[in-house]
Design a protein around this ligand. Sequence first.
Ligand code: MN
Length: 488
Amino acid sequence: MGKYEFWFIVGSQDLYGEEVLKTVDQRAREMAEKLNAVLPFPLVYKVTAKSNREITEVIREANYREECSGIITWCHTFSPSKMWINGLAALQKPYCHLATQYNKEIPNEEIDMDFMNLNQAAHGDREHGFLGARLRVPRKVIAGYWEDEKVQKRLADWMKAAVGAAFSRTLSVMRFGDNMREVAVTEGDKVEAQIKLGWQVNTHATGDLVQEMSQVTEAEIDALMEEYLRLYDLNTDRLDLVRYQAKEEIAIRKMLDREGCRAFANTFQDLYGMEQLPGLAAQHLMSLGYGFGAEGDWKVSAMTAIMKAMGEGGNGASGFMEDYTYHLVPGSKYSLGAHMLEVCPSLAADKPRIETHFLGIGMNEKDPARLVFEGKEGPAIVVSLIDMGGRMRMIVQDIEAVKPIMPMPNLPVARVMWQALPDLETGLECWIIAGGAHHTVLSYDVSAEQMRDFARMMDIEFVHITKDTTPEKLEDELMIKDLIWKLK
Ligand code: MN
């Protein structure tokens, strides 16, 4: 993860005189200091801006400084917005307008016209908001008292989404092999993805990976085996098969790090020279924050890496997922998500087990080792990114993950069970109407609001399926959006 910070730019004007401006400056400093204690990234107070020149200069610098991952603006006093036009028209970083107020209460005895002139964010933030709307500049608006926990949490979440955007713009994805033959939804326009999302998606030969594997030493494998056995329970006596996964992981990681890639995709149809499809290897790499997509799905791989980077501590509980099968009993309807092998242990409720089992699909010569576990309970989202031809569409669905309702002792892979919102059938109808893929990123700690923020920052279409969505409303929404995106 890189170095990320946010700039706090406070609007004002010269009319107020030295005394008021000094107070505004002191308060802005105090607010940044207090917010810094609770926000996940530094908030750097830059300026109380009083002129077109000051605003243009600070925004030019924000565009240029790599560590500046976004700006947060607020108008303590009135700040005539024509002086913001040149700056905001040039802005290239994520932008959040915090509509707040220094004081929490209207002080009954103290309030007079001087107090009103100093504390007129209600007035100033409206002028500032008009210009954002007039310029049609993508922005997040968060309103509320700055010391309220809820406001701080939303600001923190927006920051994480902005970090996801910054991460996205520097992301490289390594592809081993092409897309799974004949599959449509995992395809996509890599040039469009790079223009909009910044991703460099390039292919590397499976043969180069096999070559890299041949260079891995027994000592390197011993060290990684030690880590596996510290993190996971061993539930197989085929240590040779587990060691083979360690060898694959070490080789993949070396190639990723050498090329500066934070995500990779592979396909079971192109394992030439490898004895096992990477299972445990891909799972453990995901737990370290690397994105992964199976069957050549570079889009889901990139999104996995980004959503991990957006999550708690820069590596949250988000992982590659696939909708597999349903339980359709009235009163007990669930989706079962899993994959052939590759489910990230950050989704696990308990300590995962290393197991080895036969895998019929693909070019496996030997039984691949994989982690088997149950997913956590709780509210979560699933996210799919699809290429609509000319634009990317992000689909987010709210889900409620549950403890799997049965043990499924013969299922040899990690599994997550959930109820889609509003309910299985309606949610499924909505998902299919929107064109959502079978591959998703499932996340317990990135919210739909954060994904909406991310989509706004990257200028891609956003569709959210919630408890209130109906297929009819969604169909109309998609028809209108289709027109809008063709006109854009
Ligand atoms: Mn799949």
